[in-house]
Structures are given as structure tokens and as C-alpha cells.
Design a protein around this ligand. Structure first.
Ligand SMILES: *Cc1c(COP(=O)(O)O)cnc(C)c1O
Length: 375
């Protein structure tokens, strides 16, 4: 089936499926490192095993480009960075995903490039920077403050012809934001999160524009996967493909629940602030309403009583899981400032990844934990 014929919710189910008579409905799991000579496919580090191509075709179709799957989100990030020449200048959000910030900082310490840090929501600063840097890295909405970057304005500002604008689209998912259509050159995902959706695998994706645009970039990203060996595992790809089939269903439920919880949490006496781009009072709300189809299922709340009260919520929730990561079917909560390197965040800030449980059960659990009366 073709992507143009189908809505996203149908495409995630039908994209990349086997179609020849007698084939199984789903791609089988093929544990093979090598293949018999006589065909193009030789060795699994370089050549697609059965499931990859299907997963890449689903995600590429959603983003409107060519996807390359990786063994993790960070492997995807590293592949993009590996395309830079020595001495490049990189612009990075000052609240970039911590792993990305650490990897970019390490490269700077090694003398591979220099880094400029800019606030995600400071569009003027980004517009000025993209004319000067070799790589501009945006992440929107950002983690965990849910700031929104003006991707279309930044992407359409005068840029150096060979410069690269990357958007980490992990939080938004391609159902809510398609950075290539907004003018970005590459999209990065941690497929560990929403695309996989079940907290049972690590995977990443880089999406380049469709053939004919920036072919150099698409080629460089693929080559770095092959040479650096960051190929996704067979089982992981099988699970990622199975997971992405329900992306529209999961995200639809999760973001509808996020809307309910964001409103109710805003009125909760134990909560001082809720950050969710769908709230009218969120600083990035109007921009998100313009550039995104919907607002996603990630939100942050600040608990009155700071770190101690927030930690108590994490210990008290029963349905909600106290765990890192995000984008799974289960709702999870984490006090981000408790993590090393995240001490700059508000001490009482809890990041909530809303899952697909019944919203009234979630509300009951959160309300009970916030009210300090263990159930
Ligand atoms: C998790 C995450 C990554 C890194 O992905 P892994 O799959 O953990 O390697 C990158 N960017 C964002 C926004 C993430 O949430």
C-alpha cells in the first residue's frame, strides 16, 4: 500500500507489510548474521534483515522521508554527529536530552567541534545561529520543560547550503509533528519511546528527506550505521514494528488523557505549575497549535513542597510506575532533578509520561499520591 492513499492510523498498520501469496501476514523474526551467496544480501550488519525494511518504511512514510533504523536513539544521534567534519560548529538547545548534550560535549572536549547553546524557545537566537553553524540541533517539545521550538521559522531562515538542521522528534512523534515538511533536513527518534511503545526494546531512527533531496546526507547516515555497526537487532526490530502498528491508537488515548490530567492537575492544590503545550497558558501553546497536529502525552508538573513532596509522590503512586524513560503503554513518573546532571531543573518537577490506562484510574492514583494520603 502507498503512504499517500492512507491516513496515518491506517499506514502504521498496513505500511511495509508482506504482500506475496503464501507469505505470513507479519514479517517473521529472522535470527541470521549471514546469508548464502548468490543474492544481494550478504551480512546482517550491512544488509536489511526482513523486519528492518518494514519498520523503516512505516516510520519513513510517517515522516515523509527515508528512514534508517539504529540500535538505539543514541546510536541514531551519534550517526548524525559522525557526518560532521572536524572543526564544525554545532548549535544545541540548552535543555537538550541529556545523552545528546553529553555526547556533543564530549566531542567538543575531544576537539571535534565547538558548541553553542541556545534556549529552545528563543527563536531570534536560533534564526541568527542557523546562518552560521554547520549543524543546528532542535528538540521540540523539549525534555522535561516542554518548551516548543519554532521549527518552520528557524528552518526557513537563511542557512549555509551544506548546513544541517536536525529535529529530535521523539516527544512529538510523527503523528503530531513532521519536521521534514517544516523544513528540517533530518529527523531523529528514540524508537525506544513512542514508536516502540512498550518499554521492551532499544531502537533509534534517522529520517532523511525523500530521494532527490540531500541524498548525500541519507547516504552518509546509512554508511555510518554499517561502518560503526549500530545496526538494530532482529528481535528489537520485530518488536518495534509490532509496537508501531498501534502508535495512532496508543498516542490518541494517551494524549486525550494527558489533556484531562493537565487540566485537573493545574487545579490541584498540591501542584504549583503544569507544563503541557496543550494548555492555553503554556508559553509555547500558540506555536505548538500552529506547528503540531496535537500536543502529545508528555507533561511536567511542579509539586508544592519541592523535592521531598515530589519524591513522596513517586513512592506513593500505585498504578503509575516510578521509572525513567517514556512513551510506553504504562504511565510513568520521574523527578528529573534527582538525576545526575539535571540539578538545574526545578527540584519539585515531576515528568509524567501518560500511558493508555483508564484516565479516571490515573487521576485517582495521582490525586491520592499528591494529597499525601497513601491508599
Ligand atoms: C531517550 C531519548 C533519546 C535517546 O534514545 P535511546 O533510545 O535511549 O538511546 C534521545 N532523545 C530523546 C528526546 C529521548 O527521549
Amino acid at each position: 500500500m502507498d503512504r499517500d492513499e492512507l491516513a496515518a492510523g491506517s499506514w502504521v498498520v498496513a505500511g511495509g507489510r508482506p504482500d506475496a501469496p503464501g507469505e505470513p501476514l507479519n514479517h517473521p523474526l529472522v535470527p541470521a548474521s549471514t546469508f548464502l551467496h548468490g543474492d544481494e544480501r550478504l551480512y546482517s550488519r550491512a544488509d536489511a534483515t526482513t523486519g528492518w525494511e518494514a519498520f523503516e518504511s512505516v516510520v519513513g512514510g510517517l515522516e515523509g522521508g527515508r528512514a534508517t533504523a539504529f540500535s538505539s536513539g543514541m546510536a541514531a544521534v551519534a550517526a548524525v554527529l559522525s557526518t560532521l567534519d572536524v572543526g564544525a560548529v554545532v548549535a544545541l538547545p540548552d535543555d537538550a536530552y541529556q545523552g545528546v548534550a553529553m555526547l556533543v560535549d564530549r566531542g567538543a572536549e575531544q576537539g571535534r567541534w565547538t558548541v553553542r547553546r541556545l534556549p529552545t524557545a528563543d527563536t531570534d537566537a536560533w534564526v541568527a545561529a542557523v546562518g552560521e553553524v554547520d549543524l543546528a540541533w532542535l528538540e521540540s517539545p523539549s525534555n522535561p520543560l516542554l518548551e516548543v521550538a519554532d521549527v518552520p521559522t528557524i528552518a526557513s531562515s537563511p542557512r549555509r547550503p551544506d548546513s544541517v538542521l536536525v529535529v529530535d522528534n521523539t516527544f512529538a512523534t510523527p503523528l503530531n509533528q513532521r519536521p521534514l515538511a517544516l523544513g528540517a533536513d533530518l529527523v531523529v527518534h528514540s524508537a525506544t519511546k513512542f514508536l516502540g511503545g512498550h518499554s521492551d526494546l532499544l531502537a533509534g531512527v534517522v529520517v532523511a528527506p525523500a530521494a532527490g533531496t540531500r541524498d548525500d546526507l541519507a547516504e552518509a547516515v546509512r554508511t555510518s550505521r554499517t561502518l560503526e555497526g549500530a545496526t538494530p537487532g532482529t528481535l528489537e526490530t520485530f518488536l518495534a514494528l509490532r509496537g508501531v502498528r498501534t502508535l495512532a491508537l496508543r498516542l490518541g488515548t494517551a494524549q486525550a488523557s494527558a489533556a484531562v490530567l493537565a487540566e485537573r492537575l493545574s487545579d490541584h492544590e498540591a501542584v504549583t505549575r503544569v507544563r503541557w503545550p496543550g494548555l492555553a497558558e503554556h508559553p509555547g501553546h500558540e506555536l505548538a497549535a500552529r506547528t503540531m497536529d496535537s500536543f502529545g502525552s508528555m507533561l511536567s508538573l511542579e509539586v508544592a513542597g519541592g523535592a521531598e513532596a515530589a519524591d513522596r509522590v513517586c513512592r506513593t503512586v500505585r498504578l503509575v510506575r516510578h521509572a525513567t524513560s517514556l512513551g510506553g503503554v504504562e504511565t510513568s513518573v520521574e523527578r528529573r532533578a534527582a538525576l545526575p546532571g539535571q540539578e538545574h531543573l526545578p527540584a519539585g518537577l515531576l515528568r509524567l509520561s501518560v500511558g493508555i490506562e483508564d484516565v479516571e484510574d490515573l487521576w485517582h492514583d495521582l490525586d491520592t499520591a499528591l494529597s499525601g494520603t497513601p491508599s
